[in-house]
Design a protein around this ligand. Sequence first.
Ligand SMILES: C[S@@+](CC[C@H](N)C(=O)[O-])C[C@H]1O[C@@H](n2cnc3c(N)ncnc32)[C@H](O)[C@@H]1O
Length: 255
Amino acid sequence: MQSDYFYAVYYDLLYSHRDVKSEVDFLEHVFHRLSEIPVRSVLDVGCGTGIHSIELAKRGYKVLGVDISEVMISKAKAKAAGLDNVSFVVADARCMEFAEKFDAAIAMYGVISYFTTDDDLLRFLKNLRSALRDGACFVFDTWSMLGVLEKRVYYETPSVHFRKSGSTLAVKEEQWSIDVLDQVSTAEISWSVLDLKRGYVDVMNYKLRLRLYTPRELKHLLSDTGFEVVAMFESFGFKNLSESSSELVVVAKAK
Ligand SMILES: C[S@@+](CC[C@H](N)C(=O)[O-])C[C@H]1O[C@@H](n2cnc3c(N)ncnc32)[C@H](O)[C@@H]1O
């Protein structure tokens, strides 16, 4: 897929505003404070270019990153060269199989929003449960239906965002439309990446369908697939979730 290739090539620039070190600090706090078992091995589902896998590996964890996109995985492998406690495989998280069981799993930056049907999400969660030890924690973030609905006008109004790294400038234009009854948003996104030195421009337009979840339905879906929700936060920090949070971070435990 063309957008897949573009995304993989520029992913780290497009998301350069993220503070990955503090997101991983948060994960480590969760592992220490909320996991029932010691965490040594981590499964990173929908790992993308491996930003969390690599940071966790640098901190001593044994990590396996899984992504459905071959180009994302080859980028992650190239970035992880020289680290022997992290590996990456191409797999569909809905039907992945592993010989070993993990002490924890993460699915960062809205990976579960890509599962727009209940069937897909349930297949993924059941599959993930079988890859985890009893008591393992699963940490993920997603879009919260309640907060997105509250800010619906904001999300449905076209907006422009900029990222700059060295002489490269990325411009993101986006507009969402929200199907409230189906709890799915369609984001129409256009990225323009400009190399200001060489005068080079690369453009990609694509549509992304993302599922919005309510906290209550997540509790049910997780409970039906062998997990129990331990905590819900409004971001990668320990601030409790509120009805106006557009994002939702869940810590669940494999029962
Ligand atoms: C927004 S990116 C997040 C990447 C990474 N976790 C991060 O925090 O930067 C979502 C990722 O989920 C992957 N993905 C989507 N559906 C998937 C599936 N069924 N199985 C595995 N990975 C999937 C995409 O290829 C993409 O790399």
